[in-house]
Design a protein around this ligand. Structure first.
Ligand code: UGA
Length: 452
């Protein structure tokens, strides 16, 4: 299919909207990203980003200078001029576990009222439960002027925070769900510059591909976390076990890192929403419910490890390395560090934390934490160091210097990034996750003179 340049509207300028808009402009389309938050639009128009995402600012800057990417706070004229409209607004979790689709409905109404007289494809890119496409179509039909010509398509996004630009510029697949030949042709022409496979399905299948993919990855993480538990009990090392498993290409090495469990704005919410929609449709998806249970337990078990290592928590000085839910992002949604810091504060510990980019956001949520200028400063006089997020700067830190700064050299490694033999040789007491073989059956490695 040959490339066809399109006029595109992207509604919503979160991670997905911004990256989608910038990447589609980069490959030659004319894109306007719309947001109803005037403050966000002002930031974007000033050449800044409301989020931290490596490479995104440079990409946005690059495509803005070509004139192919613009920002606006006015949905009507932008949608009215567009041939393809992407819905990229948030679908946050409701207390019930279902996705809150009220922003989607509102945007569908706004789009309906703004459609031009030409044919338009309205694309749902936000992560939504199956049948949302059908409901978006119904909503637009209800609110659009008589005779409006449009189709709805589903085009789920698979980018991950921290690598979003790379993921979107070179995806491993593009999924397009359509229910008309005309929409299929538009979407194939739109994505013609991308070399990866483009899978065309029905709308429901595309919607399920997204939820099923995220839930499968979450399942894989919970699986290795459960194996980590067995490793601790059996005296094995889950890092070695995962390496041995991952070399089987049917299993693969990715998403086999045991740790504090998955967090972020996607997996917790999407697994829940997939379970809810399955149940609504008449299937109790107990497999993913168990994955959720293991994930929650993983977090509390790690907190128990901290408690066990410290014994009395009150007045202990604890250093936290990493606050964001994963490296290379400042996103604190469902970040384990938030729970750990809160628990420590509630139990009377003095918490000093460092994160390369997330400290400004964390200060607002946890003002009682003392934030340090660098990773070493927070370890000064500490009774324990907890590695929560595996930023490169921590993996490469001078642990000899850390050891010398601490009052008690207890190292809790929530992501299994350190070599236990090495840190023990430096004089640390090491607590990993699922490393019974190297650590003794309780998952603890003690240095010389510290053994039990
Ligand atoms: C995830 C998916 O990877 C993307 O494909 C998807 O598009 C995105 O959700 C979304 O739905 O928008 P993201 O949440 O940014 O992306 O981050 P991941 O790299 O997938 O990590 C998710 C969580 O799993 C993190 O808390 C991470 O620490 C944890 N994780 C990941 C592990 O505990 N072990 C692993 O082996 C891998």
């Amino acid at each position: 299919m040959a490339f066809v340049e399109r006029r595109i509207a992207v509604v919503g300028t979160g991670y997905v909207g911004l990256v989608t808009g910038a990447v589609l402009a980069k490959v030659g389309h004319r894109v306007t990203c719309v947001d109803n938050d005037p403050a966000k639009v002002r930031i974007l128009e000033a050449g800044k980003l409301p989020i931290y995402e490596p490479g995104l600012e440079a990409l946005v800057e690059d495509v803005r200078t070509t004139g192919r990417l613009a920002f606006s706070g006015e949905i009507a004229p932008v949608v009215g001029a567009a041939e393809v409209v992407f819905i990229c607004v948030g679908t946050p979790p409701l207390p019930s576990g279902k996705a809150d689709l009220s922003y989607i409905e509102q945007v569908a109404r706004d789009i309906a009222r703004s459609l031009g007289t030409h044919y338009t494809v309205v694309v749902e890119k936000s992560t939504v439960p199956v049948h949302t496409g059908m409901r978006v179509k119904r909503t637009i039909e209800r609110h659009a002027p008589a005779g409006a010509r449009f189709d709805v398509a589903s085009n789920p996004e698979f980018l991950a925070e921290g690598t979003a630009v790379r993921d979107a510029l070179a995806p491993n697949r593009i999924v397009v769900g359509v229910d008309s030949e005309r929409a299929r042709v538009v979407m194939e022409g739109l994505y013609a510059p991308f070399a990866c496979p483009l899978i065309v399905t029905g709308i429901e299948s595309a919607e399920i591909i997204k939820h099923a993919s995220n839930s499968f990855l979450a399942l894989k993480i919970s699986y290795i976390n459960a194996v980590a538990r067995i490793c601790e009990l059996a005296g094995a090392d889950v890092v070695q076990v995962a390496r041995g498993m991952g070399l089987d290409e049917r299993i693969g090495p990715h998403f086999l890192r045991a740790g504090i469990g998955y967090g972020g704005s996607c997996f917790p919410k999407d697994v829940d929403a997939f379970g809810e929609i399955a149940s609504e449709l008449g299937y109790e998806f107990t497999l993913i419910r168990e994955a959720q249970r293991i994930n929650a337990e993983q977090r509390t078990r790690f907190i128990r490890k901290i408690e066990d290592a410290l014994w009395v928590v009150k007045d202990k000085r604890v250093a936290l390395w990493g606050l964001s839910f994963k490296p290379d992002t400042d996103d604190l949604r469902e970040a384990p560090a938030m729970d750990i810091a809160r628990w420590l504060l509630d139990h009377g510990a003095v918490v000093r934390a460092h994160d390369p980019v997330a400290m400004d956001k964390a200060r607002v949520l946890l003002p009682k934490v003392d934030y340090g200028a660098d990773p070493y400063a927070v370890c000064e006089g500490a009774d324990a160091l907890v590695l929560v997020t595996e930023w490169k700067t921590y993996i490469e830190a001078d642990l000899g210097r850390v050891r010398a700064a601490m009052r008690h050299p207890i190292l809790l490694d929530g992501r299994n990034v350190f070599d236990p033999a090495h840190v023990v040789a430096l004089g640390f007491e090491y607590h990993g996750v699922g490393r019974g073989a190297v650590a003794g059956h309780d998952g603890v490695v003690r240095g010389p003179g510290r053994g039990r």
